[in-house]
Design a protein around this ligand. Structure first.
Ligand code: AMP
Length: 547
């Protein structure tokens, strides 16, 4: 027997319809690529998104066609998202931090027909356009005044397109399983792979994000997503904010500490989300200028492991509550969040820290398990490390065009490529990427743990640990440090700092200092590049320290 409830397909156009109807006056504030701050509302975003839809239809874009964006977080980008998705076309967010050749490959693989591009990236796109024969037209996200001379094919100015279209356009009316968004994984091994989100998965993922134990954003929040709209749905924030009518502050191209601080204060931001490196820059700016945060209450930090120093400084010096989160492109991305259980919340802050450092629990709709390499389940005892496997309502079941073949195990779980522990309370901790794990004497050393502690040294800006071949132990950890500007640090000082904080046998056998540590296209330390840089490294003494 079927239930007798209404059929209401979960399509994301309904989110912006809702925002227009019930929160139409709420502001969307953007620091534009051209410079000035532009103020808009959900009603205006809705109207202009419909104009984008009409333009796309006029150009022959149909259900399932891919339309790409190469853009920062701005009101125009938001309009494109909803304008593309509303008519059942697929919004393909391109990551501008990728190498141009890789971008060209992705554009061709996706089969993008139209590209909306920010002024910043016009030269890059011009450089690769001859390789992208399928792209029929390019719209530059600017006004007539700033429209550049360009050799992009059938280039047009966004504001002119929007001006000339009508704001009347029917959205939705298709199956909720229709493809909605496309985002390629960083491709650290092999070619990048496309994750194809559906309307249904994005809608349900938005609801997951709004839970009090996940992102917990509400109409009372002013939200600044630093997390880019070009990577993993901006963690769902640009769906969740209009859904609840929260004021949205979009930072455009300026993501340095000073620019973010200015927006946090001038727009009275209460909630923000970003990767750790962004917060490092913000905290350095606050400390250098002895500045205060007057409205910010909560931040979600994820994308890579959040160092303890960030969580502690935010809380002790600025009264900001950090929630650590884990996820990936394939998981839409929210996988786990570290909001506290009542038992942990009752403890003094210092005693909460070990739990706050973990990546947290799975919300309803996400299932986790740990497995060994043969696929056998491992215990959730908080000690046993295993491959982290995930299944749920917004988790990829295959890659675009079938790349990579079957990616699920016999129980329908996707292998995240991360190594983790899960404790009896369901709290998960990432210990490494499977391919970054350091195997020393048959045991695993967590590079993330050592990095986290090293990052707590006041003179350290970035720390990375990689495994280097060792004749006796197979591999031993090498600690690579980039110090803060103007600071000097010695190997002995660093090793002294680690003493007592990690198991003795985890202690790196050497510390090297570098001018820079390579970051990948999504702001994570690029260990592949680091391993390449240090491939000829040799341990200093004939026999490294006793372990
Ligand atoms: P991406 O698909 O590019 O977003 O990368 C996903 C990967 O980032 C995950 O598989 C993890 O290896 C890493 N990651 C994300 N969040 C965290 C976190 N909080 N702690 C440690 N690693 C993380």
């Amino acid at each position: 027997m079927l239930g007798l409830m209404q059929d209401w397909p979960l399509t994301v156009d309904k989110i912006l319809d809702h925002a227009k109807t019930w929160h139409g006056h709420r502001e969307v504030v953007t620091r534009t690529v051209e410079g000035p701050i532009v103020r808009s509302t959900y009603a205006e975003i809705h109207d202009r998104a419909k104009r984008v839809s009409n333009a796309l239809k006029g150009w022959g874009v149909k259900l399932g066609d891919r339309v790409a964006t190469l853009a920062w977080n701005t009101h125009r980008h938001l309009e494109c998202w909803y304008g593309i998705m509303g008519i059942g076309a697929v919004c393909h967010t391109l990551n501008p931090r990728l190498h141009p050749d890789q971008l060209a490959w992705i554009i061709n693989h996706a089969g993008d027909k139209v590209i909306f591009v920010d002024l910043t990236f016009v030269p890059m796109l011009e450089g690769i356009m001859s390789q992208c024969k399928g792209v029929e037209r390019v719209i530059v996200l600017t006004d007539d005044w700033n429209m550049p001379q360009t050799r992009l094919p059938r280039a047009d100015c966004y504001e002119r397109v929007v001006r000339e279209q009508s704001g009347e356009c029917a959205w939705g009316g298709f199956d909720e399983n229709t493809a909605c968004g496309l985002c390629y994984t960083s491709g650290t091994t092999g070619n990048p792979k496309g994750v194809l989100y559906s309307h249904r998965s994005n809608f349900l993922h938005m609801l997951i994000g709004l839970q009090a134990d996940v992102l917990a954003t509400s109409v009372r929040d002013t939200i600044l997503p630093v997390v880019p709209m070009f990577h993993a749905n901006a963690w769902g924030v640009t769906f969740g904010a209009p859904a609840v009518g929260a004021k949205l502050v979009l930072p455009g191209p300026k993501l340095d500490g000073a620019s973010i601080y200015e927006l946090l204060e001038s727009e009275k931001v209460t909630y923000s989300a970003a990767v750790p490196t962004v917060w490092q820059m913000l905290l350095a700016h606050l400390q250098a200028g002895r500045l205060k945060l007057s409205t910010l209450k909560r931040v979600t930090i994820g994308g890579s492991a959040c160092p303890e120093s960030i969580i502690r400084t935010f809380w002790n010096d600025y009264g900001v509550d950090v929630v650590h989160a884990w996820g990936m492109t394939e998981t839409s991305p929210l996988g786990t969040t570290g909001t506290l259980t009542p038992e942990v919340a009752a403890l003094p802050f210092e005693q909460q820290l070990p739990t706050r450092l973990k990546q947290g629990r799975a919300p309803v709709g996400v299932e986790l398990k740990l497995c060994d390499d043969a696929g056998n389940r491992l215990p959730h005892d908080g000690k046993t490390q295993g491959r982290l496997m995930i299944r749920g309502l917004a988790i990829a079941k295959a890659y675009f065009r079938g790349d990579g073949g079957n990616i699920l195990d016999s129980e329908g779980f996707f292998d995240t490529g991360d190594v983790a522990t899960i404790d009896p309370n369901g709290i998960m901790q990432i210990t490494d990427r499977a391919k970054d794990v350091i195997k020393s004497g048959g045991e695993w050393i967590s590079s993330i743990d050592v990095e986290n502690i090293a990052m707590g040294h006041p003179k350290v800006e970035l720390a990375a640990v990689i495994g280097i071949h060792h004749p006796k132990w197979d591999e031993r950890p090498l600690l690579i440090i980039k110090t803060r500007p103007g600071e000097t640090l010695t190997k002995d000082e660093m090793l002294d700092f680690l003493k007592g904080k990690i198991a003795k046998w985890w202690t790196p056998d050497d510390v090297v200092f570098v001018d820079d540590i390579p970051l990948g296209a999504t702001g994570k330390i690029d260990k592949k590049v680091l391993r390449e840089q240090f491939k000829d490294y040799r341990w200093p003494a004939p026999e490294p320290a006793e372990t």
